[in-house]
Design a protein around this ligand. Structure first.
Ligand code: HEM
Length: 271
């Protein structure tokens, strides 16, 4: 018989949605900030005349009536006209910015506002993340529900979960009440690796922190390396978000999102 059960506790729901909102604001304001200097370097310093240190750059090239947008990564240039380097303004004009208006916050170039929102959302992310971590430690949920168990990490079990995902066979009944190994690896990777890297590299770039503890950016190999690591970890989080949303949609969005909002889920009972 079908049963209605508690799937996500209030603390998990509150921290999940606060985290989602903070990350979306951070991603969109971060893309706006990147547009102020759309180049990434390794080392301590970076400027337009230090081309040998650039590993990623976006830009535009002629004809200027119908310009081409591009992104260059490690010396290889990709045409990204319409999205990166050159896009359309909301009124149809040509916009020479790294990322289009629909991907940034604020929509138009505004470094000062983007930074203010970025730093506010960063503190929300940090405090919310600490609350999630503390709750995970105290309740034991971190080990029970987020970190994969030894049994789940066995190659045969991992392979089985990969095949089930490829066949779009998602857990049903009692099994739907806890995360399988790939889901745990993705959640642990984003919450315990990528988000901490984004926070630490962000703090390393903050002028106040840098002045107080100059070793912070040296931990990453210099200020520009910290900025590059910040961008790479952010790209990993954005990749996770796309995959996360695709899987939520494929595994039953109303049921899954409903459970993350109300906490309750209906499962087909095994007993
Ligand atoms: C924006 C960045 C997001 C991040 C970093 C993120 C991360 C996570 C994490 C770490 C979990 C596990 C939570 C826990 O058990 O403590 C989770 C679960 C979940 N998330 Fe997200 N999430 C994001 C956005 C979203 C969005 C926009 C949606 C839906 C519209 C969503 C829907 C869900 C659902 C339904 C679950 C539960 C999945 C299940 O029970 O199988 N998430 N997310």
């Amino acid at each position: 018989m079908a049963r209605r059960v508690l799937r996500h506790r209030l603390m998990v729901r509150l921290t999940h949605w606060t985290n989602a909102l903070a990350i979306i604001i951070l991603l969109m304001t971060g893309l706006n900030i990147f547009g102020a200097h759309p180049r990434l370097y390794w080392g301590n310093a970076g400027s337009v005349d230090q081309r040998e240190r650039v590993w990623l750059e976006t830009g535009a090239s002629p004809p200027w009536r119908n310009p081409n947008g591009w992104i260059e990564i490690a010396g290889t240039r990709f045409d990204t006209t319409g999205v990166i380097g050159v896009s359309r303004t909301p009124t149809g004009g040509i916009n020479f910015v790294a990322f289009p208006h629909w991907a940034t916050l604020p929509a138009m170039r505004d470094l000062a506002t983007a930074r203010t929102w970025h730093f506010f959302a960063a503190w929300v992310l940090i405090l919310n993340g600490l609350a999630w971590l503390l709750h995970g430690f105290i309740s034991g949920r971190l080990w029970r529900e987020i970190l994969p168990s030894r049994r789940q990490l066995a190659p045969a079990h991992l392979w089985h979960d990969i095949v089930e995902h490829a066949k779009l066979n998602f857990p049903k009944g009692e099994a739907a009440l806890s995360y399988e190994v790939l889901q745990r690896l993705a959640y642990a990777g984003v919450a315990l690796v990528l988000i901490p890297i984004v926070i630490l590299t962000g703090l390393a770039m903050s002028p106040g922190m840098d002045a107080a503890w100059p070793f912070l950016d040296q931990l990453w190999g210099g200020r520009q390396s910290a900025r590059s690591a910040h961008f790479l970890a952010m790209s990993g989080i954005a990749g996770f978000l796309v995959l996360h949303l695709v899987l939520v949609v494929l595994s039953g969005p109303i049921r899954q999102i409903g459970a993350m909002i109300t906490g309750r889920m209906t499962i087909a009972g095994d007993k």
